[in-house]
Structures are given as structure tokens and as C-alpha cells.
Design a binder for this molecule. Structure first.
Ligand code: C2E
Ligand code: MG
Ligand code: MG
Ligand code: MG
Length: 286
């Protein structure tokens, strides 16, 4: 019995592994042409206001539309792009594309904010991020407060003083700052008081952990209360079902993001979502 299963399992294992390494090899080889051949695309995921139930923002999430592999998520190519240095071009393209999109939607009558994820490399080492952002905002003529820069805790904490200085420069210019994936890293609440941020995004892993008992619920509730006291707004990510939404009913968060309302969508579908749902209370609708 053991032998039979063992053999079968071995065969499956190797072919799966071969497939995985072929995929990785293809990604590593083709990343050099991804930008040049215009294969990168931005998807947009709606952010819903808790009170009005309306779409008030979109988070821009990069994907690579590979000619053979299809849509590749950022988790599979961002770190490779970082290792090759190609990340700089990708990052600037994402920012530019997101700003253009914000303007297009505004011109269509949808007054929504756009959130962009900034990697540590982009934040600390790249051609002056502050200048890049300022130039883009003026070039595209967007309102600075309609651009949200998302950073992670790890990024902020590893170089706290430099981070604070850069964030202050962005904020002086009117850009909003969000702390992404809160609850997965150090998550010390004291960082919230020292960092010049406008919003925290509670990590989806944290929201999903609510399924396993009341302890996490209590932690979440106190994090949200403190955040409110500091005058920061709270986004909850990764809401997949109505049960998860119901667990949050009594919490004082502001924005929701998750598959329950919408998956990240390509431009045309995201625009269609706005056309169909911009004036609809999506929370009532669920
Ligand atoms: P993130 O910024 O925390 O983005 C949220 C991730 O959660 C996205 O994955 C999104 O598709 C996924 N998500 C949204 N709602 C749900 C839900 O209800 N359930 C579940 N299970 N997942 C949900 P995605 O697009 O694969 O992005 C992964 C990460 O890659 C992002 O995490 C962000 O850190 C990074 N990333 C994405 N786009 C960019 C970019 O343009 N530049 C940089 N530097 N990083 C990016
Ligand atoms: Mg994000
Ligand atoms: Mg996140
Ligand atoms: Mg993240």
C-alpha cells in the first residue's frame, strides 16, 4: 500500500515541481520585456464607505498579463523585479497609470481616490519619490488628497526617522498616507502615534482570524478604538462574506474592501462597476 501510494505521490510531486520551476524560470526570463512590451496592467479594487455604502476609492493593484502564462499576480513577480532593478520602472509606471486613471474617472463624474502601494525600495532608494509624486500630480492635474500612498509597517519601522521625514513631505504636499497590512508585522500601537499617517488598513489575515474565536475580536476592537482616538481612519480589508461583515458591525471602522463587494478588476470592468454601482448603497445591497 505504502509503496503504491508513495510512487504515485512521487510522480505527482515531480511534475508539479517541474511545472512550478518552469513557471518561475519563465517569469525570471521574461520580466525584462514585460514593461517594454506593455504587458503590465493595473487592476482596481473598490473601497466602500461604511456609512453611505458608496464606492469612495479604488486601490490600484498591478498584474502582469503574460502572453503564455496569463495574468500573473504581484506576489509572483515583484520580488524578482526588485532583484533585477526593473522595479523602479514598474513602480513609476504604476504611479503614473494610477494618477491618469484617477483623472479619467474624475472627468467622468466619479470623485474617487486612488490608493497606490509603494515598496520599500521605491520609498527609500529610488529617484526622488517625493519629486516623482509631485511632478505627476501637477502633470496629471489631480487633487493631491485624491492620491493615497500605501506603505507597510516594516517599511516605516526599519528606518523610522527617514520615513517620518519623507512622509511629512508627502503630507505637506497634500498626499494622504495609509499604513497597509496592519496586524501582520510588529503592530506596535506606539508606531501609530509617531508616524504621520492618515489611515490604517487592517490586514486581511487579521480579519480572517476573527473566524477563530472572540479573543481576536477584542484585540481588533481596541486597535480600532485607539486608531479613532488618534484621528486616523480605518480600512478593513479582505471581507469575503456577509458573516465576516456582520462580525464587524459594532466596530468603528470607516472603509471596507474585499471580494464581498468586488474583486480587483481591469480598467473597463472597474469603470463599469462605477457606472452601475457608484450611487448605490452597497452595504444595504449585500
Ligand atoms: P495589499 O496592498 O495588501 O493588497 C491587497 C491584496 O489582497 C490584493 O492582492 C487583493 O487582490 C487581495 N484581496 C482583496 N480583497 C480580498 C479578499 O476579500 N480576500 C482575499 N483573500 N484577498 C483579497 P494582490 O493584488 O495579489 O496584491 C498582493 C500584494 O502585492 C499587495 O497587498 C501589495 O502589497 C503588493 N502590490 C500590489 N500591487 C502593487 C504595486 O503596484 N506596487 C507594489 N510595490 N506592490 C504591489
Ligand atoms: Mg495595499
Ligand atoms: Mg493590505
Ligand atoms: Mg501589502
Amino acid at each position: 500500500r505504502v509503496k503504491y501510494h508513495g510512487k504515485n505521490h512521487y510522480r505527482m510531486y515531480t511534475s508539479l515541481n517541474a511545472e512550478k520551476s518552469f513557471r518561475k524560470w519563465t517569469i525570471e526570463k521574461d520580466i525584462y520585456t514585460a514593461m517594454k512590451d506593455k504587458q503590465l496592467v493595473l487592476f482596481y479594487q473598490a473601497q466602500i464607505d461604511k456609512i453611505s455604502g458608496r464606492i469612495i476609492g479604488m486601490e490600484a493593484l498591478v498584474r502582469w498579463d503574460h502572453p503564455e502564462l496569463g495574468i500573473i499576480p504581484p506576489g509572483e513577480f515583484i520580488s524578482i523585479a526588485e532583484a533585477t532593478g526593473l522595479i523602479c520602472d514598474i513602480n513609476e509606471w504604476v504611479l503614473e497609470c494610477a494618477c491618469s486613471q484617477q483623472k479619467r474617472w474624475e472627468q467622468m463624474g466619479y470623485d474617487i481616490r486612488i490608493s497606490v502601494n509603494i515598496s520599500p525600495q521605491q520609498f527609500y532608494h529610488e529617484r526622488d519619490l517625493i519629486q516623482v509624486v509631485k511632478n505627476l500630480v501637477s502633470l496629471k492635474r489631480i487633487q493631491p488628497k485624491r492620491l493615497i500612498i500605501e506603505i507597510t509597517e516594516t517599511l516605516a519601522i526599519n528606518n523610522m526617522n527617514i520615513a517620518i521625514d519623507k512622509l511629512l513631505q508627502l503630507k505637506e504636499f497634500g498626499i494622504m498616507i495609509a499604513l497597509d497590512d496592519f496586524g501582520t508585522g510588529y503592530s506596535s500601537l506606539s508606531y501609530l502615534t509617531s508616524l504621520p499617517i492618515d489611515e490604517i488598513k487592517i490586514a486581511k489575515e487579521f480579519i480572517h482570524s476573527l473566524d477563530n474565536g472572540v479573543a481576536n475580536q477584542a484585540v481588533l476592537s481596541s486597535v480600532i478604538n485607539l486608531t479613532n482616538e488618534l484621528g486616523l481612519s480605518v480600512v478593513v480589508e479582505g471581507i469575503e462574506c456577509i458573516q465576516q461583515l456582520e462580525k464587524l458591525t459594532n466596530l468603528k471602522y470607516h472603509l471596507l474592501q474585499g471580494y464581498l463587494f468586488s474583486k480587483p478588476l481591469p480598467e473597463t470592468e472597474a469603470t463599469q462597476l462605477l457606472i452601475d454601482k457608484y450611487n448605490i448603497d452597497l452595504i444595504d445591497a449585500t
